[in-house]
Design a protein around this ligand. Structure first.
Ligand code: C2E
Ligand code: MG
Ligand code: MG
Ligand code: MG
Length: 281
C-alpha cells in the first residue's frame, strides 16, 4: 500500500518497524523448531491463601530458551504462535507436560489432593472442538480428577465466543474442569459475559493490584469485582501481589487467594517441589 502512495511514503516504514517485522519473522521461524529441539519448558508459580499463606494451587507458565536470543518471554511469542497456528502444537504440549508434572507432585505428596493446577489456554485452542476430548484423554492418562484442573482464558474469548467456543467451554465444564477469566478487568467484558459463559472464577489483573494501598480507584475496582464474584459464586485470585500492603488490602476487601512475587516467582519444577512441598497441609 505504501508504494501506491508514492516512493516518499516508504520513509514511513522506519528502521524500528523493519526491525520489528524481521524480529517477528525470525521468531516465527525459530518457534517452529523450538518444540522438537526441546527449547521450551514450564515454570510454576504458587497460588496461596491470602490469610496464612497456605499453598492452594500453581500456575504453569511457558518459557523459551532461544539459543541466540536467550530467554524469550511468552509475551513475545505466544501471540506469534497464536497467529501462525503453532499454538495448537505448543498448547497441546503445555497441557500434557503440566498435567504429567502435576500427577507426579500428587503421587509424591508434594501437593495435597485439593491443590489445583492452572494452565493458560489461548483463544485459538478454545476454537478446537477436540479440546475437551484431548484433555479428557490426558486426565485419564495421568489419572487426574478434572476438578483440580483450571484453565485460564482471556476476556476476549467471552466477548467473541463463537458457537464452537461455546461448545468447547460447555464441554470442559461438563467434564468438571474449572475455567477462570485471566487478567480480569483489562478487556471489554462486563458482568453479563460472566453470567452467560460457564466460568468458575476470575483472576484480577495485576494492573489493579499495583495501586492498592495508595490508589483508591483500584481499591474500588477490586471491591466491585469481589461483590460481583460473590453474587455469581465465582472464585477470585489476585495476580501480581508484590507487597505486604497489597496482600493486606486484598484480604480486607475479601479476596481469598493471591499469586505474586511476595510469595514466589515462577520457578522450575524442582525448585517448586523443594520450596513448597508439604506446605499445602
Ligand atoms: P498471565 O497468565 O497473566 O501470567 C501472569 C504473569 O505475571 C506471568 O508472566 C508471571 O510471571 C507474572 N507475574 C507473576 N507474579 C508477578 C509479580 O509479582 N509481579 C509482576 N510484575 N509480574 C508477575 P509471564 O510468565 O511472562 O507470562 C506472560 C503471559 O504469557 C501470561 O500472563 C499468559 O497470558 C501468557 N502465557 C504464559 N504461559 C502460557 C502458556 O503456556 N500458554 C498460553 N496460551 N499463554 C501463556
Ligand atoms: Mg494466566
Ligand atoms: Mg493473568
Ligand atoms: Mg496478567
Amino acid at each position: 500500500h505504501a508504494k501506491a502512495e508514492g516512493p516518499g511514503k516508504w520513509a514511513l516504514f522506519d528502521t524500528s518497524m523493519r526491525d520489528r517485522v524481521r524480529d517477528r519473522v525470525e521468531i516465527e521461524f525459530a518457534l517452529r523448531h523450538a518444540l522438537v529441539k526441546e527449547q521450551l519448558h514450564l515454570v510454576y508459580q504458587p497460588i496461596v491463601e491470602l490469610t496464612g499463606g497456605r499453598l492452594v494451587g500453581a500456575e504453569a507458565l511457558i518459557r523459551w530458551d532461544h539459543p541466540a536470543r536467550g530467554a524469550v518471554s511468552p509475551i513475545d511469542f505466544i501471540s506469534i504462535a497464536e497467529d501462525t497456528g503453532l499454538i495448537a502444537e505448543i498448547g497441546g504440549w503445555v497441557l500434557d507436560e503440566s498435567l504429567r508434572q502435576f500427577a507426579d507432585w500428587r503421587s509424591d505428596g508434594v501437593v495435597d489432593d485439593r491443590f489445583w493446577l492452572s494452565v493458560n489456554v489461548s483463544p485459538r485452542q478454545l476454537r478446537d472442538p477436540a479440546l475437551p476430548a484431548t484433555l479428557a484423554e490426558a486426565l485419564r492418562r495421568y489419572d487426574l480428577p478434572a476438578e483440580v484442573v483450571v484453565l485460564e482464558i482471556t476476556e476476549s474469548v467471552m466477548v467473541d465466543a463463537s458457537v464452537v467456543t461455546e461448545e468447547v467451554l460447555g464441554g470442559l465444564r461438563r467434564m468438571g474442569v474449572r475455567v477462570v477469566v485471566d487478567d480480569f478487568g483489562t478487556g471489554y467484558s462486563a458482568l453479563g459475559y460472566l453470567r452467560r459463559h460457564p466460568v468458575t472464577g476470575v483472576k484480577i489483573d495485576r494492573a489493579f493490584v499495583d495501586g492498592l494501598g495508595g490508589n483508591s480507584e483500584d481499591e474500588e475496582i477490586v471491591r466491585a469485582v469481589v461483590a460481583m464474584s460473590s453474587a455469581l459464586r465465582l472464585s477470585v485470585v489476585a495476580e501480581g501481589v508484590e507487597t505486604p500492603t497489597q496482600r493486606q488490602v486484598l484480604e480486607t476487601l475479601g479476596v481469598l487467594y493471591g499469586q505474586g512475587r511476595l510469595w514466589d516467582g515462577p520457578v522450575r519444577p524442582e525448585v517448586f517441589a523443594e520450596r513448597w512441598s508439604g506446605l499445602a497441609v
